[in-house]
Design a protein around this ligand. Sequence first.
Ligand code: TYD
Ligand code: MG
Length: 453
Amino acid sequence: MAKPQTVYFCQNCGNQSSKWLGKCPACGEWNTYQEEVISKSSDRKGGYQRPERSSRPVLIQDISLEKENRIDTRSAEFNRVLGGGLVAGSIVLIGGEPGIGKSTLLLQVALNMEGHRILYVTGEESRQQIKMRADRLGLNNPDCYILNETFSGEIFRHIDEVKPELIVIDSIQTLHTDTLESSAGSISQIRETAGELQRFAKSTLIPVVLIGHITKEGSLAGPKVLEHMVDTVLQFEGDRHYGFRILRSVKNRFGSTSELGIYEMQSGGLREVSNPSEILLSQRDEEVSGVAIAATIEGQRPMLVETQALVSPAAYGTPQRSSTGFDLRRMNMLLAVLEKRSGVRISAKDVFLNIAGGLRVDDPAIDLAVVASVLSSAEDAAIGNNVCFAAEVGLSGEIRAVSRIESRILEAEKLGFEKIFISGFNRKGIDLKSKKIEVIPVGKVRDLMNLLF
Ligand code: TYD
Ligand code: MG
């Protein structure tokens, strides 16, 4: 008998090596190499074999552009993130931490698509567990099949029988194929089973949604290779202790990656949040120091978020800096700008920053609100709760213009704000007369102090 062939895979990026390595030359991570048996068994009974088809080259001008065939998932947020529905034959990967609500989201989508035949394959939960969850969601799609199976050959056999219009795999890490000997969840198994599903989706035009777990570091477990194989990568994220969840598009071959969907986890499942600013506005009462509202744009939607800062004398020698929902390095940069350009003494103070609602915000327009909340806490003076901010802060303390300022101002006005601080560079082109809200241009961080307090 031939010696089983083994290969070492980086569990972080999927890089392959014939010997063990301490540091991955591809992604630079340490101690990520693991040995996997990859010898293929001689009789390939499992897996998916593409039907024999002859491919031929076609001249580019002869290719007709028909509108891609999209399936409406009956969920406005999910459709939006996908760029207008599921594309036939596409393969979508949804990543997220355990317990964030991936299974709930897809079961909800499956049960909502009444009239479509759906196969929900689960390797993680029993049929009873799924049924219990479906009852909790209060939804019922008579054409939704649940399959408890992890072996890919069996799954393809059932697909042939059921003939579904959409397949959900929960999760890709539980699948295995008998063409490989390594265990389920290993890099080679993930790559092989995902490859089978991808060939299946492309040749039958049935869309497949894969659920994937995320490692502690926040990247998709098992690997970057998976991200290259699929058409769309969605990330489901949020703080587990809060109800709000964001579905972000990280990669999309059929749409923009700037779209996102917002949900709230409730006892009866995930509720779609169509007006994101409600996350913030329900919780405002008295005026306290250290709070500032930012008019941000997430995806294509304007959204007002609350930033909270606490500046206090350092209890230990080295001041602590901590931030939730905002990049810590960016916060340190803003603090340095504040110290150097406006003379506020914060280098010996602890600074804590928090974005309310457990959301992570990428929009640079939140900078000015972060600076204002830190100033407000350092001075212990409240900023009125009818004030909001939208501008980026540069290294020399200049207040920089941000994109789509009109929609930010409109959203702030709609929500009853009376003042909005923006960059002086953003002012031209805005029709100020037609607005009830007072638009205040700021040039430098230093000026903000005088304008606020
Ligand atoms: P789940 O979909 O199992 O997460 P994942 O598949 O990403 O691991 O969701 C688990 C959490 O969602 C669990 O902590 C309970 C919560 N939940 C609700 O709050 N309401 C509900 O209606 C459901 C079905 C789940
Ligand atoms: Mg799950």
